[in-house]
Design a protein around this ligand. Structure first.
Ligand code: HEC
Ligand code: HEC
Length: 304
């Protein structure tokens, strides 16, 4: 992937506010306004599921950082999936997608929920049929691509829309730009977060608060073996992607299975760090935080 400027149509994103680096997109799918508008229409359209009951936004709610509010999302036909739907902010910079890194880029990702029986359960031919019959989509494709609907262009448009879901206006972003100051409690939380003892920032690092790696932080064992599903390397069992903590206050419940209900409970969980397996990452260990330190850490997380 490169950051390039294939000029065509009206380009949308030229300049981002600090602290994010320049926007990244594949050379064969540059971003322009009409393409993003088509992608947005598709994202919110229930036409995309077999029984026309769910859209992408049924599990990725805009008001909750494009995440879901329940642990495991209901799919098409009310069937149950198996992971918590994550926030969809700042995806342009992610080297791989899904909690096990099973998908390499947004163009490939788009097809996964469409075809997944537990999610939208939709054949590609059916989708194309529906798009070709819709005057609205004929017009949107024409504006975006000077073309009739095709599956490839729909995928490109959805991926482009997803790349424009950018969040760098949190209190902490503005603090880094010297636009606001943090409260005393938030500053205490910040020092704890970046302290070597807690080591939060050794995994949740950089401006996106992730190292883009997979770790076993000792969540209770379940059928979901995480990164192992993709790598088949036994050392990867129960490893999950380090989630970005941007807008984390909006994306409850937490963890791959949505099993932790709020940020205070996440901090309590890290504080106790039960010894579930020998293979658990050594940085995750009991922290002995008192109640006001836990509050401070939560206050800091709420700024991200
Ligand atoms: C039934 C609920 C559901 C629907 C509908 C759904 N998603 Fe998701 N989405 C999920 C879940 C659950 C995950 C986490 C999957 C995983 O990590 O294995 C996910 C993951 C993603 C990711 C990866 C994010 C990351 O950080 O790795 C993207 C991007 C995404 N969805 C976009 C979409 C788009 C676009 C659509 C519509 C075409 C869609 N989703 C429809 C539940 C859903
Ligand atoms: C060894 C790397 C590592 C360290 C150290 C670490 N985390 Fe995490 N964190 C992860 C991983 C991996 C997950 C996802 C686990 C899952 O999905 O089951 C996670 C999940 C979270 C979540 C939930 C986010 C979400 O969207 O579900 C929060 C909040 C969080 N960590 C905060 C912290 C804090 C605060 C600290 C320091 C006390 C910390 N982390 C230390 C790797 C780490």
């Amino acid at each position: 992937m490169v950051s390039s400027c294939g000029k065509k149509k009206e380009e949308v994103i030229t300049q981002l506010n600090e602290p994010l680096p320049p926007l990244v997109f594949p050379i064969d799918n540059p971003i322009w306004k009409e393409k993003v508008e088509l992608g947005k229409a598709l994202f919110f359209d229930r036409l995309l599921s077999r029984d026309s009951t769910i859209s992408c936004s049924s599990c990725h709610f805009p008001q909750f950082a494009y995440s879901d509010t329940i642990p495991i999302s209901k799919g098409a036909h009310g069937r149950i999936g198996f992971r918590n739907a994550p926030a969809l902010f700042n995806l342009a910079w992610k080297p791989r997608l899904f909690k096990d890194g099973g998908v390499r880029n947004l163009e490939l990702q788009v097809l996964a929920p469409l075809l997944e029986p537990n999610e939208m359960d939709f054949g590609s031919e059916e989708l194309l049929n529906r798009l070709e019959k819709s005057d609205e989509y004929i017009s949107l494709f024409s504006k975006a691509f000077d073309s009739l609907p095709t599956l490839k262009l729909a995928v490109q448009a959805l991926a482009s829309f997803e790349r424009t879901l950018i969040y760098n206006e949190s209190k902490f972003d503005r603090f880094l730009r010297n636009e606001v100051i943090l409260l005393e409690e938030e500053l205490i939380g910040m020092r704890l977060f970046y302290s070597p003892e807690l080591a939060c920032s050794s995994c949740h690092k950089g401006v996106l608060f992730t190292d883009f790696q997979y770790h076993d932080i000792g969540m209770p064992p379940s059928e979901d073996v995480g990164r192992y599903r993709v790598s088949l390397d036994s050392l990867d069992k129960f490893k999950f992607e380090t989630p970005s903590l941007k807008a984390v206050s909006l994306s409850a419940p937490y963890m791959h299975d949505g099993s932790i209900k709020d940020l205070r409970a996440v901090v309590d969980w890290y504080n106790q760090a039960a010894e579930v397996r020998k293979t658990k990452d050594k940085r995750i260990r009991a922290l002995n935080l008192n109640s006001s330190e836990k509050d401070a850490l939560v206050a800091f997380l709420n700024c991200l």
